[in-house]
Design a binder for this molecule. Structure first.
Ligand SMILES: Cc1cc2nc3c(=O)[nH]c(=O)nc-3n(C[C@H](O)[C@H](O)[C@H](O)COP(=O)(O)OP(=O)(O)OC[C@H]3O[C@@H](n4cnc5c(N)ncnc54)[C@H](O)[C@@H]3O)c2cc1C
Length: 306
């Protein structure tokens, strides 16, 4: 990790946020579901106002900024991340319901938004109730499961642009596709989103969510740290099936393993490093390409140097 922030800048940064919202050399392994990742030079969990002042400050001083949500789709380098890492999390997590609409800040967890919907007899978000990410991360990834995706329910997304401007855009303009959004290229930061749901019955919504989550427990290796599906679904196929058919079930590099329960997941079975996971991903891609001529694309996002 290259040092980017000098003492004076650090003092100024500290002045912009509540004392409890900022720390130095924070292990990213504490903020990723993989439980992997070296230190963030400066780590913060800001309020919206703090976020805006920090972004303006970092832009002016040319300090690199990295945005994370709940870290459930991340592989962070063992060398960590230089500059400021901003977690859009618990200090930006408000949820409001109005009629069939839910407006939530990006740090709200998808599960919490789904639970709120359920309590208000609003159907349509059950698919997301077991996805362990934030709403912001969900918008970036167009998270989805069991035949639903955020694209189906999002109506508006509020972002901070590269110029620091707050803009609300129609979800139809967010370029939401399978595990992709325009934000991946634009670098816009999602701060809130509005969803439109339909009339439902609380008990039925709960049952549907329970069913999905039961299926997750049966099929997914939730007993080990992971970042969910490691690869995107290739056209007309399944990554897990191709990996299994390539004889890679249980294939291990260091502490990283192709899950024995579900080959689409790479799991951290024994203090895996980011390097282990990266090497394993590269090996799997090479072997599947050799055997089936399919190029598996990672769904997991890499942060820091590899
Ligand atoms: C056990 C398990 C099961 C999973 N199941 C599913 C599933 O069924 N379906 C599915 O789609 N995914 C699944 N995932 C993956 C993951 O939960 C989703 O991709 C989720 O949407 C990521 O949200 P996050 O808040 O954790 O984002 P992070 O992982 O923190 O970040 C993901 C990306 O978004 C960026 N980002 C995050 N927040 C913001 C923001 N507010 N503004 C700008 N950029 C931001 C980050 O820089 C990164 O590039 C699963 C993961 C695990 C561990």
């Amino acid at each position: 990790m290259n040092r980017n922030i000098n003492e004076t800048e650090l003092r100024e940064l500290r002045g912009l946020v509540d004392e409890g919202h900022i720390c130095l050399d924070e292990p990213m392994s504490k903020h990723t579901t993989f439980r992997i990742g070296g230190p963030a030079e400066v780590f913060m969990n800001p309020t919206l106002e703090e976020l805006q002042s920090v972004l303006a400050f970092c832009k002016e001083r040319e300090i690199p900024v990295t945005i994370v949500g709940n870290g459930s789709n991340l592989l962070v380098s063992d060398d960590g991340i230089s500059g400021v890492v901003i977690k859009i999390g618990s200090n930006m997590a408000g949820i409001e319901v109005s009629g069939h609409e839910i407006y939530a800040e990006a740090g709200a967890m998808l599960a919490a938004v789904a639970r709120t919907a359920e309590k208000h007899n609003l159907a349509g978000m059950e698919f997301a109730s077991g996805i362990p990410g934030s709403l912001g991360g969900g918008c970036i990834m167009n998270a989805g499961a069991y035949g639903g995706e955020l694209k189906d329910i999002l109506t508006e997304i509020t972002v901070i642009t590269k110029d620091g401007e707050v803009q609300t855009i129609p979800a139809a303009e967010a370029g939401l596709e399978y595990r992709h959004s325009r934000f991946m290229e634009s670098g816009e930061i999602v701060i809130a989103a509005k969803m439109l749901l339909t009339d439902g019955v609380e008990e039925e919504i709960r049952e549907k969510s329970r069913g999905f989550n039961q299926s997750r427990r049966e099929k997914q290796p939730l007993n080990f740290p992971s970042a969910g599906s490691t690869f995107k679904r290739p056209e007309g196929n399944f990554a897990g099936k191709l990996i299994e058919d390539s004889g890679l079930k249980g294939y291990q590099v260091g502490g990283a393993q192709v899950s024995e329960k579900h080959c689409g997941f790479v799991v951290n079975v024994d203090k895996a490093t980011a390097k282990d996971v990266y090497q394993l991903i590269t090996d799997v891609q090479r072997i599947v390409k050799e055997k089936y001529d399919v190029e598996l694309q990672p769904e997991v996002r890499f942060l820091g140097d590899f």
